[in-house]
Write a protein that binds this ligand. Structure first.
Ligand code: NAD
Length: 343
């Protein structure tokens, strides 16, 4: 049984916690909290042990029973999954995690690539086996690498050009915008292209990005040039259809927007109403000689969740990546009841 602790119980941390609790080979030892809020209340209701990052007074005043300090948590676990906001994990790593020689640590995509082995399970599970530090890449990089890897395996890619239409913030957050603007990312390439290459070093990819006023998913518009193969649309569909953690949005479903994808995920009874698969619109796939075009939607809050679970197994030296992904996907597919709608 792998003993897991989670530092940072926000958008990603609370999902990873739920996902860990569904795995037969993992035990959630606890999460950390800093301030009292609804998320901590829910952790308490779920029976999760809560450890305090720093001052416990405010938490105690609200009736939250504190099991111990961060150090107490770290001394009991095999793996820490750090889900704190951008750049805080580095401080946690240097001040805390690095001082435990046997502790493995998983970081998120807000951190720089030097934090650990960049990881997307279906692309490079093997490279992460036994590593002390693994970085699950960002939601966008995860989405790009899942589909590009599948194409590149079948037909080597010459170059990729992609535009990312990014959500402004997450549905539960109220402090960020834009509310009424489109904000171009004036960094070329946007950081996503170079980040993809931390997982797929031999794929030449150039990305641009804009942020738009939505909370429901990111969209990627991709143009992929193949080195030498001329392919048919049917061949491309076949590859994408058979790619793990990718879902083809069939044209007859009438799912024509990210809003409808998220509604569809809830209606399917997906765990937490999330969509951990990268969604590609069937009607949006086109081919022109050696070029492939497609549009995909990425549920930013959840596509990295199965990756975190596989990263835990890889860090712990579990050798079979395919088996890890099978276990993860099976455990996450179950909705709250026992009656999943298979799609
Ligand atoms: P969040 O703000 O929703 O949650 C962060 C959590 O960390 C909160 O519980 C907060 O209380 C806690 N925290 C803040 N400062 C802390 C500190 N100094 N020590 C300990 N805990 C602290 O953040 P998030 O959106 O879950 O993002 C976490 C990481 O995941 C980031 O690296 C981010 O880039 C990455 N990520 C986010 C998304 C997304 O869409 N939200 C998607 C993929 C990856």
């Amino acid at each position: 049984m792998y003993k897991v602790g989670i530092v940072g119980y926000g958008t990603i941390g609370k999902r990873v916690a739920d996902a860990v609790m569904r795995q037969k080979d993992m035990q959630l030892i606890g999460i950390t909290a800093r301030k009292h809020n609804y998320r901590v209340e829910i952790a308490k209701k779920k029976g999760i042990d809560i450890y305090a990052m720093d001052d416990i007074t405010e938490l105690c005043e609200h009736g939250i029973k504190i099991k111990g300090s961060l150090r107490n948590l770290l001394s009991q676990i095999d793996v820490v999954v750090d889900c704190t906001p951008k750049e805080i994990a580095r401080k946690n790593k240097e001040e805390h995690y690095d001082t435990y020689p046997n502790l493995k640590a998983i970081y998120q995509g807000g951190e720089k690539a030097d934090m650990g082995q960049s990881f997307v399970a279906q692309c490079n599970y093997k490279e992460a086996i036994g590593k002390k530090n693994i970085r699950v890449v960002s939601c966008n990089t995860t989405g790009l690498t899942r589909t590009l890897h599948a194409i590149h395996q079948k037909w080597p890619i010459l170059r990729v050009r992609a535009t990312l239409i990014r959500r402004a913030t997450d549905p539960g957050q109220t402090k960020r915008g834009p509310v009424n603007a489109i904000v171009p990312c004036l960094e070329l390439p946007s950081h996503h292209g170079p980040d993809v290459r931390t997982v797929l070093p031999d794929v030449e990819v150039f990305t641009t990005a804009v942020v738009v006023p939505t909370t429901l998913m990111h969209m990627h518009n991709l143009s992929v040039d193949l080195k030498e193969h001329k392919v048919t649309r049917e061949e491309v569909m076949e590859v994408l259809r058979n790619t793990r953690r990718v879902k083809i949005v069939r044209k007859e479903l009438g799912v024509n927007s990210t809003a409808e994808i998220m509604e569809y995920a809830k209606d399917l009874g997906n765990f937490r109403g999330d969509m951990t698969d990268i969604c590609i619109w069937e009607k949006g796939v086109g081919v022109h000689g050696k070029e492939i075009f497609f549009m995909q939607a990425v549920h930013q809050e959840s596509d990295v969740v199965p990756e975190n679970i596989d990263a835990i197994r890889a860090a712990m030296g579990f050798l079979d990546g395919e088996e890890s992904m099978n276990m993860t996907d099976k455990a996450l597919m179950k909705p709250n009841g026992d009656n999943p709608i298979r799609d």
